[in-house]
Design a protein around this ligand. Structure first.
Ligand code: ZN
Length: 312
């Protein structure tokens, strides 16, 4: 009896001691959501994961220049690049803007539903899904092969992107790897029969959220403007891909653009307007949580990421 009682504290001490000496490396990150109030709305940034991008090859300027700009920001190529989506609760509707990559871009992406659940929502609650453009890392998270991950949602995008990326004819004309540019989107929306509703240019979609055309990165690339009680957040999708290079020099374009010149003009206009008006700006590939303010600085801009805040 006496010995048995003693054995427990000693055993405990041994375990605690061992744990202190060699805790395993956790190799995980905090849940991928960040919440902020915008007037009466609640905006939750959802991270889908990250992907390594060789920016010195993708950006259209001398590789040395890109490497130097990255170095000044304590970054190296390939740059671990966030893929983000944005959930807007207007109080009446739950709106998801972009969906991440789903299974289209490998194991470091496809965490959107995990982040959504960590943020306290179920996919069934999402009413509306607005897609900035139909590239795989924005549309892949809808689901695949007739299986919708958001069974109660309607899916909306500009009709120019729908006509281009969801075209069976374009799929047939494409060769080799280029087929994937069409196969991915077609498979992603396949579970939403009758619920894919393209719009034509600037459109109010639900009160407080509107589509604003920013064609260039893709034929129907769209910016979404979220507004409540005089507060404004403009989600610019893929008008930019790298903060270290494109804020100081918005003239640098990227290989992913279908029309680089138009995409550049849209980026310059978006940055100028955000800096002038002082509203919030968010982008799919800014480092999570991917929201902040801009200030004009020399020939370019300085980005001020959102101050960490806990809703009260
Ligand atoms: Zn993208």
């Amino acid at each position: 009896m006496f010995l048995k009682k003693l054995a427990v504290p000693f055993a405990f001490a041994a375990v605690a001691g061992a744990a202190h000496a060699a805790a395993p490396m956790a190799k995980s990150q905090a849940p991928g959501f960040y919440r902020m109030a915008l007037g009466d709305f609640e905006v939750t940034v959802l991270n889908d994961g990250t992907i390594d991008l060789p920016m010195e090859k993708l950006l259209h300027q001398k590789p040395d220049k890109t490497i130097k700009a990255l170095g000044e920001n304590f970054l190296k190529t390939p740059v671990e690049t966030s893929v983000n989506a944005f959930l807007v609760n207007t109080g009446a509707k739950l709106v998801l803007i972009d969906t991440g990559a789903g299974g289209l871009f490998g194991p470091t992406l496809g965490n959107l539903v995990k982040s959504l659940k960590a943020a306290g929502y179920e996919p069934e609650q999402v009413d509306e899904i607005y897609i900035t453009h139909l590239h795989g890392d924005h549309v892949g998270g809808l689901g695949a092969q007739d299986k919708p991950l958001f069974p109660n949602a309607v899916v909306r995008m500009d009709k120019r992107d729908a006509e281009y990326f969801l075209s069976k004819e374009n799929l047939e004309k494409a060769s080799g790897d280029a087929k994937g540019n069409f196969q991915g989107p077609i498979s992603s929306v396949s579970g939403y029969a009758g619920k894919v509703k393209p719009f034509d240019g600037n459109t109010e979609l639900v009160p407080g959220v509107r589509a604003s055309s920013s064609f260039g990165h893709t034929p129907g690339h769209t910016t979404y403007v979220v507004e409540s009680k005089g507060q404004k957040l403009v989600l610019i999708g893929d008008l930019m891909h790298n903060a270290a290079v494109q804020f100081p020099d918005p003239g640098v374009t990227i290989q992913f653009d279908s029309d680089s010149k138009a995409a550049m003009a849209q980026r310059k206009a978006a940055f100028a307007e955000a800096a002038k008006q002082g509203y919030w700006m968010g982008a799919a590939h800014l480092p999570f949580p991917a929201i902040g303010h801009l200030r004009a600085e020399g020939k370019g801009y300085e980005f001020y990421p959102v101050n960490y805040s806990v809703p009260r």
